[in-house]
Structure formats: structure tokens, C-alpha cells
Ligand binder design. Structure first.
Ligand code: CO
Length: 370
């Protein structure tokens, strides 16, 4: 697992260098010197924190580097280099294949974060459960506790029936989402159910900052009709959390300022979306295959691409559908940068807090908020 982290760090460093090189290349073809372009890129944050990332001549960008950006000009002659605006895309730092595993009372699932990739701060875990065979998931996730983080459940097909120690119960149907803030503690059951023979869903774990780990539990249950869907040219985007394409998702009040969107690309479809500087981000391809990032790396179903941070640049997420279309979950969030102590269903900052969580669960105090 350490190896993966180191590989990711190396890849991120490499991609930072690439950005610097690209800035230099931009300047090289026209009047701006590398130093001047680097200055524009790295010290004039005011330019870079707005929507558009680079100002310079587009003509010298390596072929394909920004080909997916809406405003990449390619070979069109620029009237004045300084007036051309080019969006920079984040590149893919590392691609991780989700790992088949079994959790709960015997649910077969694929784990994209929390296994080979131990975490991507603030994201702690990403599971996909998809099967047309109820034996793969019928045992579900009977009563179990959580403390110190949030679970996000997103269903495409089928349903997740849940009930908890606070008295909440419900059925998350196709297209719905639940953002559950466990805070000091809940005990709940989650049982996947098929509808029309299908069951396909996801669960993402999002960390809470130390100061919020013991807050009161909170639910945001979002029926499908409250998830806005944006129709683009050969693409559709459902916005669960954060803002995309001028609509805002229904989830609110989450500390890490998350983005969670579900992107469906038809053949020939592309999508470009700005990601906040410094936020960690990933793209998990849930169907088909797509070319992702500045270099257009192909990422296939079941693979998660970590999008390299380009801070202080504000890099875009870009993806283009490969031959037969693609579906991609894209998420981003502000990293907490705090120590993580995790064991089973608890995620705290220290081992002592984990020990206390187990003790509270054993003695029935987990849900008391003590
Ligand atoms: Co749970």
C-alpha cells in the first residue's frame, strides 16, 4: 500500500513538472520568456484562481495536451498572445483498478479507494456494488456503527434500504443519494435490494475534520428528482454535491466543500469542468472507457484515476468518451491534512479515540454523544 502512495506522489511531482514545462513551452513560441510565463502562472494567483488558467499563446501547446479544453485554440493564429485564454487540464496522476472484496455480511463489491489506494484525503473509501445475482448482496450490511466521518450512498439501479438507531428509515431508490454525517455515532443497517432485476450503487466515505468528528448525526436524503441533471452536447451530468454547469447540487453544509457528479458521455461526447485549486479529485469510470486528463489517458470501467493537484493552478477535469461512451463519477474535496486513525467502521485522529469508539459501542454509549 505504501508503494502505491509513493507512486502517486512521484506521479504528482512529475505532473507538476509537466505543468511547469508546459508553461515554458507556451512562452517559448512567442514573446514571453519562460520566467515571465512562470511568473504569470505561479505568482499572479489572481489570474489563476479565476475560471481560466493560463494566458499566453496557444499555438505551442504539445499536440493533445489541451485538446479537450473548450477554449484550446489549436492552430488558429492568435492576434495577440496576451489576449488568448487557455484552460489547463489536470492530468492523471495514477490509475488504480478497483479490487474485488467482500464486506458486510457477505456483500461482493469492488473497492476503488480503501484498498490499493488507501485514501485520497478527504476520501477514505469508495465501494461499488453491482450484481444481477441477489446472492451477491442479499445478506447486506446488518446493524453496524460509524463514528467520525460521513457515508455517501448513490444508487443507479435497485435500492438501499436503511434504518438506524436514531429512528430514521428509508429506501434509497434508483438515482437517489444519501449524505449521512455519522458524527459522534450512529448504528445502522444498509440492505441492497434489486429493482427489475438490477442493483448498482456506490458508497463513498468522506472524512470529517477533528473539530466535527463528535457532532450530532445528520442525514441528507435526496430523492432522484432533487438531483439536477444537465444536458450537454452528447453528455449528461447529474450534480449531487457542489456546482457544475451553472447548477448546484442539493447536498449542503459539508465541511470539505465536496463536488460529486455523475457524468454520462455518449460516443464523441466530451466534458470539461473546473476543479478548485488544492482540492483532491478523482474520476471513477463506472461504465465504458474515457480519455481523461491533459494527456488523454484511457481509463476503463472499474478504474479510478487520481487527478493530479496543480495548485496553485486551478486545473480542469476533462474527459472524452472512448468509442462506445462512458459513465464516470467525479468527486473533489478539500483535503483535511489531519492525522487519520481508522479501524473498521470508525475514523478518528488518534488510536486512543478509536479505542474509545469501540468501548463506547460496546457499552452502548456510541449514539449518546457523550
Ligand atoms: Co454503514
Amino acid at each position: 500500500m505504501q508503494r502505491v502512495v509513493h507512486a502517486a506522489n512521484r506521479a504528482i511531482t512529475r505532473s507538476r513538472r509537466l505543468v511547469v514545462r508546459r508553461l515554458h513551452t507556451l512562452g517559448g513560441a512567442r514573446s514571453a520568456s519562460p520566467a515571465r510565463v512562470a511568473h504569470l502562472g505561479y505568482h499572479r494567483g489572481v489570474i489563476l484562481t479565476r475560471r481560466h488558467v493560463l494566458i499566453g499563446a496557444a499555438a505551442a501547446i504539445p499536440a493533445g495536451a489541451l485538446a479537450l479544453g473548450r477554449e484550446s485554440g489549436g492552430s488558429a493564429p492568435a492576434a495577440k498572445p496576451a489576449e488568448r485564454v487557455v484552460r489547463a487540464a489536470r492530468d492523471v496522476a495514477i490509475v488504480v483498478a478497483a479490487q474485488a472484496t467482500v464486506d458486510g455480511a457477505g456483500v461482493k463489491l469492488h473497492r476503488a479507494i480503501g484498498a490499493r489506494l488507501p485514501m485520497l484525503d478527504p476520501f477514505l473509501l469508495l465501494d461499488e456494488f453491482q450484481s444481477d445475482d441477489p446472492d451477491d448482496y442479499a445478506a447486506g450490511f446488518p446493524d453496524h456503527p460509524h463514528r467520525g466521518f460521513e457515508t455517501v450512498t448513490y444508487m443507479i439501479h435497485g435500492a438501499m434500504e436503511h434504518r438506524d438507531s436514531v429512528g430514521n428509515r428509508g429506501r434509497l431508490g434508483p438515482g437517489s443519494a444519501q449524505w449521512m454525517t455519522a458524527g459522534h455515532g450512529i448504528v445502522h443497517s444498509e440492505m441492497p435490494k434489486q429493482e427489475r432485476g438490477l442493483m448498482w450503487g456506490f458508497q463513498l466515505w468522506v472524512n470529517l475534520p477533528a473539530r466535527d468528528k463528535m457532532i450530532r448525526p445528520r442525514y441528507q436524503d435526496i430523492p432522484p428528482e432533487r438531483v439536477p441533471e444537465v444536458a450537454l452536447d452528447r453528455a449528461r451530468v447529474r450534480v449531487v454535491a457542489g456546482s457544475a454547469f451553472d447548477v448546484r447540487g442539493p447536498v449542503d453544509g459539508i465541511d470539505v466543500d465536496p463536488l460529486f457528479i455523475d457524468v454520462a458521455l455518449e460516443r464523441g461526447g466530451t466534458v470539461t469542468h473546473p476543479l478548485p485549486a488544492g482540492h483532491n479529485a478523482f474520476a471513477f469510470v463506472t461504465d465504458g472507457a474515457a480519455r481523461i486528463g491533459a494527456s488523454g489517458r484511457e481509463v476503463r470501467r472499474g478504474e479510478l484515476a487520481v487527478l493530479a493537484p496543480t495548485a496553485p493552478l486551478q486545473g480542469d477535469f476533462v474527459a472524452a468518451a472512448a468509442s462506445d461512451g462512458a459513465r464516470i463519477i467525479v468527486a473533489a474535496g478539500r483535503p483535511l491534512g489531519e492525522p487519520v486513525a481508522r479501524r473498521g467502521p470508525f475514523v478518528m485522529n488518534t488510536n486512543e479515540e478509536i479505542r474509545r469508539a469501540f468501548e463506547d459501542y460496546r457499552t452502548g454509549r456510541l449514539t449518546d454523544g457523550a
